[in-house]
Design a protein around this ligand. Structure first.
Ligand code: MSK
Length: 664
């Protein structure tokens, strides 16, 4: 039964073992059917003459609003909420950066000075003969200015290709200030304001671009400056990372400011002694959702699971504390925690959570806050009852920032995207895909994510992952270099040559902005057109759940990428809006969103788009049989023919060559 709910064996084990004991989102999804009217966007509740349900012969609300207007407004409001969540995250980081630069925080400093200089240059901040802290302060200030800017445009638009910038200008969808676009979109979708679906959707793209190229991009950059730019590291994933003999603290939510300090506090000798005094052999950290991705990318802290695993982590009985801040925190967590010894600790002043202990996080006393949280977790250890930690975990490699992806293709001084572009041009790599987003209790956990990624790499598509999709992929072993075995021959050759897995973990939800940077670098490297929209690339969000995912899909589409969502079409009640967001946007901005719940059909659409883009670029048609005669495959073949000893001899006779003497 549980195997109908998740492809994650650890999740299934917990669901089976606690079936009688706790109610989870999986159960609630089974008993609570989605509203058929709201799920199609046919319900308007923007005024108090309604809600108006536009079903059957009713095709207008009391005010006369049409289905298209209602669906466009609902979609726009989701994007505004999603963009706000990401952007508020970025704003808080800007405040932390400024406070750190002024020496007002506890425990924070500028960790990546090179990135600070790079960001300062992008933001037009003078760096010559200035102290690192002065530059950092101005970077924070300029970032804040991007939120409140009323005229002009947000600064990071200049990171896009020239053609993209010109198109946004021509369409008048350049975001002015990040906050301004959210406010204006909420105003426009107030009762009786903007009534034209296409016009509302243009403003929706503008708002989402403020997220992708503004709030999210700033959040990523400032996190790198403060906490370090990620580079590859090894870790593990799944509920099996929880430890029987240690204090387990699960970090859940989104913002890295607190979790960074908890990482530091968990190795504080004073707290380790305190843990020992309570009978624990150490303090073990694990993550859920995007906080997991933040601390994984920079410290190798293992994720215990993704969105739908949050209740299950507590149900192992082995979690002393789950520390939450903002976003994706199920309200049911407190009820689950109550059944165990787990302390649910809320830390954000923005999120009061009933049933949770509130330990407010203050960046000015960040380390003290973190220590208080770790201490509270340790106090729970002696109260632990029986546990059921599934003995299931996987190895993974994460930490592929866009800077590292450039570095691995050309080194420190010749960082480049040339090898990647050449591999695409030659057809070794058919195209690129970003597989991102959440879990959704309406579909089997991780099934769409894993199936789609497996098929993409089998067909020579290089995949980058973020968010809960990254964790889902990791749980199935997709982030191990050995997963290369599954890749098509051409992709495998490239991965072997560069030394990367075929699925690259690039970070959390806000780090989808790294994907924009990667795509822009591919487009400007040469040989693949001159804009993101020319690339043989797709974005896929197989199990989306949150409004943030809808904002991400919208800014990715508005940046020129064809985006495919699984699960269910939230604007399906208005064929006009469906057409505007898919075909209309494709014509207008070169990218669009299509919802396709059937995974096989979704993959067909993805491959068809990639192949169409290859054709438009004049590249050779994808041929999976052309490659595979080099790299490890060649060695394997020779070993079969000549025996391992002889092959080793051939290579050692000619150690500098990648081709053995026999071949050359
Ligand atoms: S945490 S927004 S469930 S990816 Fe970023 Fe996961 Fe989606 Fe939350």
């Amino acid at each position: 039964m549980s195997d109908e709910l998740s492809v994650d064996r650890a999740a299934c084990m917990i669901l089976e073992s606690c079936e009688e004991e706790i109610v989870t989102a999986f159960d609630r999804a089974g008993s609570l059917k989605p509203c058929p009217i709201g799920s199609e966007s046919l319900c308007c509740k923007v005024c108090y003459m309604g809600p108006c349900r536009l079903v059957g012969k009713t095709d207008r609300g009391v005010c006369g609003a049409t289905r298209a207007t209602v669906a466009a407004r609902n979609f726009a409001r989701s994007v505004a909420a999603g963009a706000s969540a990401h952007s508020d995250h970025g704003r808080d980081l800007a405040f932390t950066l400024m406070a750190a630069a002024q020496g007002e925080t506890q425990g924070y400093r500028i960790r990546d000075v090179n990135k600070l200089y790079a960001v300062a240059e992008l933001l037009g901040i003078e760096t010559k003969n200035r102290s690192v802290n002065d530059i950092a302060y101005d970077v924070g200030k300029e970032a804040l200015d991007n939120f409140g800017r009323q005229r002009g445009t947000i600064t990071y638009l200049s990171r896009a290709t020239r053609r993209r910038q010109a198109l946004w200008k021509e369409l008048d969808i350049e975001p002015r200030g990040i906050d301004r676009e959210v406010v204006e979109l909420l105003h426009r979708t107030h009762m009786g304001v903007d009534q034209d679906a296409e016009h509302i959707l243009d403003a929706t793209m503008r708002c989402a671009l403020g997220d992708g190229w503004g709030g999210s991009m700033l959040a990523t950059d400032i996190s790198d400056i403060l906490f370090g730019t990620p580079s590859p590291l090894q870790s593990q994933v799944n509920l099996g990372v929880l430890k029987e003999d240690q204090v387990n603290i699960v970090l859940h939510g989104h913002e890295p400011t607190l979790s960074e300090m908890i990482v530091a506090a968990s190795s504080d000798p004073e707290l380790l002694d305190y843990a020992a005094s309570k009978g624990a052999k150490g303090i073990n950290l694990a993550g859920i959702c995007c906080t997991a991705n933040e601390v994984l990318m920079r410290h190798g802290i293992p994720p215990a699971g993704n969105f739908l695993s949050q209740e299950l982590a507590i149900a192992t009985g082995a979690v002393e504390a789950m520390v939450v801040d903002v976003q994706c925190i199920m309200q049911a967590l407190a009820d689950v925690a109550k059944r165990f010894h787990t302390k649910l600790i809320a830390t954000s002043k923005k999120a009061k959570i009933e049933g949770a202990e509130f330990i407010p996080f203050d960046e000015h006393k960040a380390y003290d806050s973190a220590k208080a949280i770790v201490r509270a977790a340790i106090d729970q250890f002696p109260k632990r009852g029986s546990t059921r930690i599934p003995p299931i975990k996987e190895e993974l490699i994460a930490g592929f920032s866009h800077e590292y992806i450039g570095y691995m293709q050309g080194g420190l001084y010749r960082s480049s995207f040339r090898p990647l572009n050449d591999a695409i041009i030659a057809g070794r790599i058919r195209g690129l895909a970003g597989v991102v987003g959440c879990n959704n209790a309406r579909v089997k956990q991780d099934e769409g994510i894993t199936k789609i990624i497996r098929e993409l790499i089998r067909n020579d598509v290089l995949v980058v992952v973020t968010g809960c999709a990254a964790t889902g992929a990791a749980k199935d072993g997709y982030l191990r270099p050995e997963f290369m075995e599954e890749a098509g021959a051409g992709l495998r050759e490239v991965c072997e040559a560069i030394g990367i897995p075929p699925v690259l973990h690039v970070g959390s939800c806000v780090d989808n902005s790294r994907i924009l940077t990667i795509l822009t670098q591919c487009a400007t490297e040469g040989g693949l057109g001159d804009d993101i929209s020319d690339l043989p690339a797709v974005g896929i969000c197989p199990e989306y759940m949150s409004e943030k995912a809808v904002s991400i899909g919208t800014y990715v589409a508005a940046s020129g990428i064809y985006v495919l969502f699984g699960v269910h079409n939230p604007v399906g009640g208005s064929p006009e809006v469906v057409d505007l967001i898919s075909n209309g946007w494709m014509k207008k901005v070169g990218g669009g969103i299509v919802w396709e719940p059937d995974t096989d059909k979704l993959l067909e659409l993805a491959f068809a788009h990639i192949d169409r883009k290859r054709r438009d670029l004049g590249l050779a048609a994808y041929d999976p049989t052309r490659f595979g005669a080099s790299g490890d495959r060649l060695i394997e073949k020779l070993e079969q023919q000549l025996g391992q000893e002889q092959v080793v001899g051939l290579y050692s006779a000619n150690p500098s060559s990648s081709t053995p003497a026999a071949e050359s």
